[in-house]
Design a protein around this ligand. Structure first.
Ligand code: PAF
Length: 281
């Protein structure tokens, strides 16, 4: 496995792979890899001749009061996981390699980025779209793999690829959970023991919504209320949002008639966690 820090070095390697007719899978990450990332990597390895994993904590997608500085990092452990999963190349650039001092081109999107997490994280998705676009241009992969846990990010990237005619297939992969149901996330490491227990409220509350939908409820307000009421029973939890939206357009679903995304963002103490499920109709 090769560890590459510069865009030029990466391009030379990829160029040779292309000459050799090899298909390339790409897993963009911010590192601190867990089983959720591993599931993306496994899928990429099974579907491609070569797999690139990028590890880059992208400053542009963090707000001024967010956790850029404290975001967990452990490159040695990430390297071990990538080796174990037969990754061919890790791309680990410095911030200065990715952004010139006078960097001034942004990839912005309206609509899909203004709802759900976009409401409380203004400019977050502009940062995500810009860096993912750059990474797609740098790696020139055939397929890229993203987790369904970041459902809004996945929908936005699919839309960006469609709108900007980027020649890459976007593959969404299922949420990976701890045994007790908590969705895997690098940010789970911020939780102390009490908060870790309290964090179970996200998945448990979503399951109430899932049961209502399975039983035939189609009124989004009722589903939102049932989920919110259950989350509010947990003293350490503070709701950022609970919402039901169309799974492709992310537009508010009032009477649910097509496949919908039921998504929550909840502060457990100071840690903001997200979770969701898609209900297919
Ligand atoms: O999901 C993430 O880890 C990041 O948003 C991504 C896609 C790697 C862009 O920085």
């Amino acid at each position: 496995m090769q560890l590459v820090n510069t865009i030029n070095d990466l391009r030379q390697i990829v160029k040779q792979w292309k000459i050799d007719g090899l298909e390339i899978g790409f897993v963009p990450t911010m590192g601190y890899l867990h089983e959720g990332h591993q599931s993306l990597i496994k899928r990429a390895v099974s579907e491609n001749d070569r797999v690139v994993v990028s590890i880059f904590v992208n400053p542009m997608q963090f707000g001024p009061n967010e956790d850029l500085d404290s975001y967990p990092r452990d490159l040695d452990c990430d390297i071990d996981i990538c080796k174990q999963e037969s990754v061919d190349l890790i791309f680990h650039p410095q911030v200065s390699e990715m952004y010139f001092n006078d960097f001034s081109t942004l990839v912005d999107m309206s609509g899909l980025t203004d709802v759900l997490c976009g409401k409380s994280r203004p400019n977050h998705f502009r940062g995500v779209c810009t860096v993912v676009n750059k990474l797609f241009n740098i790696v020139d992969a055939d397929r890229a793999y993203f987790g369904q846990k970041d459902a809004q990010q996945l929908a936005i990237i699919k839309r960006m690829v469609r709108d900007l005619n980027i020649d890459i297939e976007i593959i969404g992969c299922p949420i990976v959970r701890e045994e007790d149901g908590l969705a895997k996330s690098s940010r789970n490491t911020y939780l102390n023991e009490k908060e870790r227990q309290a964090a179970l409220i996200l998945n448990r509350s979503l399951m109430i919504g899932q049961k209502l939908l399975s039983d035939g409820e189609r009124n989004a307000e009722k589903i939102i209320n049932a989920i919110s009421e259950n989350i509010n029973r947990e003293p350490l939890a503070k709701i950022d949002y609970v919402d039901v939206v169309d799974s492709l357009s992310l537009k508010k679903a009032n009477n649910i008639s097509s496949s919908c995304l039921v998504a929550v963002a909840v502060f457990i103490g100071k840690t903001r966690l997200i979770d969701n499920f898609i209900f297919e109709i």
